[in-house]
Design a protein around this ligand. Structure first.
Ligand code: ATP
Length: 310
């Protein structure tokens, strides 16, 4: 055995997500919006390897454009490790190797998945043995989407998206994702939505204070019925993302004309998610989109949340 192999390390895998429903309530006094969302974890993963070390450090690699990903304490994964150490009184450190496959600033919660994976990996490496509830509480402090990356599967999120209730889901949903080279900033998308609602307040009317997930979405998820889910998909951020990225409208139309059951902006975008009726159907759509010059990926959901894989 070499010296390197003796240094303890833990590998955790955490999924990206699609919001199959995202209703955004009125802007609150604290600058945030109340949300009602249904998350589905999909088979596009982030891997975090935590290795025992004295201080806190990290590297980032992966299949996606890594521009704009910090490798200091601004990185959500490193912040997760530091928060866990602070809360448990652990005095050592860690080195994190983050392998990214979820597009950066893509609206699929990649940074949140890294944070969830880092929490779980350090908890195992340091033997700090937090309960699920304690991990959830730390996750919510790191970001609204981090608790869901820990849990995975299908869940309804309220509050800022961090108050989670598991949702029953049967079967498997096939998606084709179209990724973009350049990400969009989530706060900018919310700002654009507020400006849009202000401009159109006469037509839109008052924005709901207490949004809730449409029962049709929950019904479709429970039934494992892709056509029913396609009819119920909703994302209130889509109008704002399309204003910032008008080029995406043509891609949505292309995917739907090519046979997708429905297309939607994923979270704050710019990743687009096309729902398909089967894996075969998804492969056909993938080929069509790639031939048209749009970089596409086939994923499925729901999949489990962050888990130790080695
Ligand atoms: P969300 O849907 O949760 O808003 P997102 O998927 O759109 O997230 P992320 O890729 O999670 O966006 O990250 C957005 C920004 O956060 C990045 O542009 C980067 O500056 C910063 N960031 C901090 N930590 C990370 C990380 N581990 N991976 C990627 N970006 C990170």
């Amino acid at each position: 055995m070499t010296f390197a192999e003796e240094i303890p390390s833990v590998r955790v895998r955490a999924p990206g997500k699609i919001n199959v429903y995202l209703e955004v309530g009125a802007l609150q006094g604290d600058g945030y919006h109340e949300l009602a969302t249904a998350f589905q974890a999909v088979s596009l993963y982030e891997d975090v390897v935590a290795t025992a070390a004295e201080g806190f450090s990290m590297t980032v690699s992966g299949t996606v454009d890594l521009d704009g990903v910090p490798t200091d304490e601004r990185n959500l994964a490193l912040r997760a490790a530091m928060l866990l150490a602070e809360e448990t009184g652990y005095e050592g450190g860690v080195h994190l190797d983050v392998y990214k496959q979820v597009p950066v600033a893509g609206g699929m919660g990649g940074g949140s998945a890294d944070a969830a994976a880092a929490l779980l990996a350090c908890d195992a490496l340091w033997d700090t043995r937090l309960t699920g509830q304690e991990l959830h509480r730390l996750a919510a402090r790191l970001g609204a989407d981090v608790p869901f990356a820990l849990k995975g599967g299908t869940a309804v999120g309220t509050g800022r998206g961090d108050v989670l209730n598991p949702a029953l889901a049967r079967g498997r949903f096939d998606w084709v994702l179209v990724t973009s080279d350049e990400g969009v900033s989530t706060p900018k998308v919310y700002g654009e939505l507020d400006a849009h609602r202000e401009r159109h307040k006469v037509d839109i009317g008052p924005v709901v204070q207490r949004p809730s997930v449409d029962p049709e979405v929950l019904h479709a998820l429970r039934a494992g019925d892709a056509a029913m889910l396609a009819a119920a998909l909703r994302n209130d951020l889509q109008v704002a993302t399309l204003r910032l990225r008008p080029d995406l409208a043509a891609v949505l139309e292309h995917g739907e004309a090519a046979g997708a059951l429905a297309g939607i902006v994923s979270g704050s975008g710019p990743t687009l998610a096309f729902l398909c009726g089967s894996a075969e159907h998804a492969l056909e759509l993938l080929t069509d989109l790639e031939t048209a010059g749009f970089p596409a990926l086939h994923v499925h959901g729901p999949v489990p949340g962050a888990r130790v894989v080695g």
